[in-house]
Every structure is written in structure tokens, then in C-alpha cells.
Design a binder for this molecule. Structure first.
Ligand SMILES: [Zn+2]
Ligand SMILES: [Zn+2]
Length: 95
């Protein structure tokens, strides 16, 4: 049987059944399936990590807007948004 990922021809015992009853094999060998599985887990972890960082870096500005700031330029970018500038305009009038 040939693995559709690494394109090696191997014994059937290197493959697992996707469906035991119908004797359908996975198209990937066990080796490749494990690799793909690990990659998926890594992606999930990175995503979770990102969600966590996002949560801990959320800033609430004086203008009332919430935004995520990993870096300084996020703040700078927010400072030039319309809603923030409007807020500055409004607060200037009150002074
Ligand atoms: Zn393979
Ligand atoms: Zn603001």
C-alpha cells in the first residue's frame, strides 16, 4: 500500500483502519498520521496561547474603546483612529 503523504510503499500493517467494519484504511501511513496529529496539536496550542496573550493584553482606553495591544504600534494605531480622535476633540472642548 502506498501512503499518499510520504509516497512510500509499505506493508498494510503500517496503516490503520479508518473503518474496521468495512476494512477501509487511512490514506496516510501510521507514521504520517502521527506527524499530522502532532502538527494539529501544536497549532491548537499556539491558538490557545494567542487567545491567552490577547486576553491579557487588552487595553481599555480613556475614549472607551477596547483594543488588543501586543506592541507599541498598536497603541499608536489606536491613537489615530477616528473614535479616539473624536474623544480628544470632545475632551478638549470641556477643558
Ligand atoms: Zn507516510
Ligand atoms: Zn482611545
Amino acid at each position: 500500500m502506498e501512503c499518499t503523504r510520504c509516497c512510500k510503499i509499505m506493508d498494510k500493517e503500517k496503516f490503520s483502519f479508518k473503518n474496521n467494519k468495512h476494512k477501509i484504511y487511512y490514506m496516510y501511513c501510521d507514521n504520517c498520521r502521527e506527524k499530522v496529529q502532532n502538527m494539529t496539536n501544536k497549532r491548537d496550542n499556539e491558538k490557545r496561547q494567542y487567545e491567552f496573550v490577547k486576553k491579557t493584553n487588552t487595553i481599555v482606553c480613556q475614549c472607551g474603546k477596547q483594543f488588543v495591544s501586543f506592541r507599541d504600534y498598536h497603541v499608536l494605531r489606536h491613537n489615530s483612529t477616528k473614535s479616539h480622535l473624536n474623544f480628544l476633540q470632545r475632551s478638549k472642548k470641556h477643558v
